[in-house]
Write a protein that binds this ligand. Structure first.
Ligand code: C5P
Length: 224
């Protein structure tokens, strides 16, 4: 039988993009495919965890054996994340939209002689930071992602501190890497030990391999 090092552990994973409505028929989105988050959910389930996957709109089948909650916007995602607590481990792999349209149109925006409609943006809640900074019921292990196109490690170190999470999986998403939407990923795992941040750089792997490796690290940490 397979070893199940995460048996009895509750785990929450976010994945995919979010869609931020402009009006009833239009939205703002990004190029996240959800593949990395879905692969992590599958690997966590295989390791025996009780997994809830909270996903934005993606074109992937729900992983077997995992509870999947489908959401659209960042605010929906935060609500579902909070409703899933308490968990032992939370991994935030979603590419959450940083901004949404301030006042969603109730009707489809029309072309008018007055010209282009202005789109006023407001900031979305930062789900990872919100959960990391919770006084009550903060998951003992909170893991974020940092998708960067430059100064990868430096930006990821700043992010770990600012967001208040324990680990960050940093990946280079420059268009030349093909990571966004692709099947492979080159990542660096940053782990915070008090003031110190340790950086572990992994070779290029498939997103499934990254998921299995990450879950192996999680298992070693939570049930050594
Ligand atoms: O700040 P940035 O978007 O680069 O941070 C990435 C990390 O923060 C990811 O783990 C992502 O899932 C999480 N995040 C979030 N809510 C947001 C923005 C980012 O959970 N509104």
């Amino acid at each position: 039988p397979q070893p199940r090092p995460l048996a009895g552990k509750r785990m929450l994973i976010t994945a995919g993009p979010t869609h931020e409505p402009i009006d009833p028929v239009r939205y703002i989105a990004n190029r996240s495919s959800g593949k990395q988050g879905f692969a992590i959910a599958a690997a966590a389930h295989a390791a025996g965890a009780d997994v809830t996957l909270i996903s934005g709109p993606v074109e992937l089948d729900d992983p077997l054996g995992v509870t999947v909650k489908h959401v659209e916007s960042a605010r929906d995602m935060l609500r579902q994340v909070e409703a899933t607590l308490p968990v032992d481990i939370a991994i935030f792999a979603a590419a959450v939209a940083d901004w949404r349209v301030a006042s969603e149109g109730e009707q489809k925006l029309k072309k008018t002689a007055a010209g282009m409609p202005p789109l006023q943006l407001v900031e979305n809640p930062d789900i990872l930071a919100t959960i990391s900074h919770r006084k009550d019921g903060r998951p003992p292990l909170v893991i974020g992602f940092a998708a960067e196109t430059e100064h990868l490690i430096e930006n990821a170190k700043t992010k770990i501190a600012r967001k208040g999470c324990d680990w960050i999986v940093a990946n280079d998403v420059s268009p030349a890497t093909g990571v966004m939407g692709g099947d492979r990923n080159t990542v660096h795992l940053l782990t915070r030990h008090g003031e110190n941040i340790e950086v572990d750089s992994w070779p290029v792997m498939t997103k499934e391999e990254v998921a299995v490796e990450l879950i192996a690290h999680v298992a070693k940490t939570v049930s050594p």
